[in-house]
Design a protein around this ligand. Structure first.
Ligand code: AMP
Length: 496
């Protein structure tokens, strides 16, 4: 088995890894680090949880440690991240791995906080800048920073950038980079547009594809609990009381749903906080810090807000609502069992979510153990205001006209009992209207910002097309493609 000493990293970095308690490189680290140290470009098909951050941070630090410090207003290595949370975590990783390198300046810029302190920081020059695209463009336009001396460029979570409408901004930023540079590109999936972007950015890249999303969850004990919608809150309370999780991440489909779960737990005397796009940056940071420290071990999150949350020691992931996108299930449960630990994922499944469960089992190619708790919980009455369900119409056409957007009638275009995937593949339901987390604000100039990032038009996430495109540019060996049902159109743009 490889250990870190064989990869060619400097002594100071190896010491930092020992401090972190890392003994064995993850597959993406052992494959990518030696190539990156040689200066090669990289296409990494990998998601959070694979160790990809260290895979790019270590060789970048190794390279930067050998050169001159950053000049004023210049950036030596630029990492673009789709979210503030991920940007913060990447910067924390750089600081941890670079702690024995002497002076190495690491900074973040992202929206939702004041421009001024970031400008002041950029003016002094930064060795490693981790940025979200919208705010970085603001600083570039204001003349606070120039990328003309940037040696290394990393685009992280490129598919998420596409989902959030940042691809145009990314392309504009890339135009400002020197032609001669090292470029690294990471994405969990490879829709066509992302394949094209990778083709434009990278020169003769080495490709590393690690465990497809559907197999990352091997160390997670999974359980489905069939339950009535109305009994979910009581069931959640019972599970928290019974399991006493060290840290539980509870997923709801909507931000209002997240707030309702918090209120309901509080009524039962259980402290919990929610993290989602309606929360201010300060609230989100506070919620995350409390979760990390263990002060508030129950965090209720939506998918987008949770993306990039990298907290070791999540003992339980609880899907209060099952996601209608099966890949989201794998992403969610991958939040537990990090860094070699084991974890537990418990998912509530009401009648309407049964079709989602079928999609998840199809994607993960496994039958998840299930318990039927229907009829076992009598729901205590809650206040009317608490029960008002502002659930937005589902974007996959599954909501009917009934109370709470629920109905037994099949959605238009889908025969009763037809699997959900058929409906998603068949059409482009309701993409146009901005609702949900990312419609919360709109950029003054119409450019997507970190808070306003809905794609302008439906994106073709057909993996068949993506593979054809990748085949053309020759990135992916057939065996290394993430296992996904062919021809699936992503319906990720529901309110999260
Ligand atoms: P990432 O995929 O970069 O988000 O990393 C996922 C988690 O794995 C982070 O908590 C890292 O600290 C941890 N990690 C990364 N590399 C290793 C390693 N070689 N050994 C143990 N833990 C690691």
């Amino acid at each position: 088995m490889t250990d870190f000493t064989t990869l060619g990293l400097s002594e100071n970095l190896l010491r930092a890894l020992a401090d972190e308690g890392y003994t064995t490189p993850t597959p993406i680290q052992s494959q990518a680090i030696p190539e990156l140290l040689k200066g090669r470009d990289l296409l990494g098909i990998a998601q959070t949880g694979t160790g990809k951050t260290a895979a790019f941070a270590l060789p970048i630090l190794d390279r930067l440690a050998q050169g001159r410090l950053a000049q004023p207003r210049r950036v030596r290595a630029l990492i673009l991240s789709p979210t503030r949370e991920l940007a913060t975590q990447i910067a924390e990783s750089f600081r941890a791995y670079g702690r024995h390198l002497g002076h190495m300046s690491i900074a973040t810029v992202f929206g939702g906080v004041g421009h001024r302190p970031q400008e002041d920081r950029l003016r002094r020059g930064v060795d490693v800048l981790v940025a979200t695209p919208g705010r970085l463009m603001d600083h570039m336009e204001a003349g606070a920073v120039s990328l003309d001396q940037t040696e290394v460029f990393v685009l992280d979570e490129a598919d998420q950038m596409l989902d959030m409408g940042f691809v145009h901004a990314v392309r504009r930023i890339v135009k400002q980079l020197p032609k001669k540079r090292q470029s690294l590109f990471f994405s969990a999936t490879m829709p066509k547009e992302i394949g094209q972007l990778a083709g434009d950015l990278l020169t003769d890249p080495v490709t590393v594809a690690v465990a497809p999303v559907a197999t990352t969850a091997e160390r997670v004990d999974q359980l489905i609990i069939h339950i009535e919608t109305s009994a979910k809150r009581t069931l959640l309370r019972d599970i928290i009381v019974e399991k006493k999780p060290d840290r539980a991440l509870v997923f709801t489909r909507t931000k209002h749903g997240a707030d309702r779960v918090v209120r309901s737990l509080e009524q039962d005397g259980i402290a919990a906080v929610a993290i989602h796009g309606n929360k201010s940056q300060a609230q989100r940071e506070k919620a995350l810090a409390g979760f990390k420290s263990g002060a508030t071990p129950i965090l209720i999150a939506t998918d987008i807000a949770a993306r990039g949350i990298d907290v070791d020691g999540v003992s339980h992931v609880i899907n209060f609502d099952l996601p209608n996108i099966p890949e989201s299930y794998v992403h969610r449960i991958g939040r537990t069992a990090r860094a070699g630990a084991s974890g537990m994922a418990i998912s509530f499944c009401d009648g309407e979510e049964r079709a989602y469960l079928r999609d998840i089992e199809k994607l993960t190619r496994q039958k998840i153990p299930a318990e039927d708790r229907r009829g076992t919980i009598t729901e205590a009455p809650r206040s009317a205001s608490d029960d008002r369900d502002e659930r937005a119409p589902r974007r996959d056409g599954r909501n009917g006209g009934g109370r709470n957007g629920r109905s037994a009638a099949p959605a238009p275009g889908r025969a009763a009992g037809a699997p959900a995937g058929q409906n998603r593949r068949g059409g482009k339901p309701g993409f146009g209207k901005p609702t949900g987390e990312h419609a919360a604000s709109h950029a003054r100039d119409g450019r997507p910002t970190e808070r306003n990032s809905r794609p302008a038009k439906p994106q073709n996430r057909d993996t068949g097309a993506a593979e054809a495109s990748l085949g053309r540019v020759g990135f992916l060996a057939p065996s290394s493609r993430p296992a996904r049902p062919a021809g699936k159109t992503d319906g990720r743009r529901e309110q999260r």
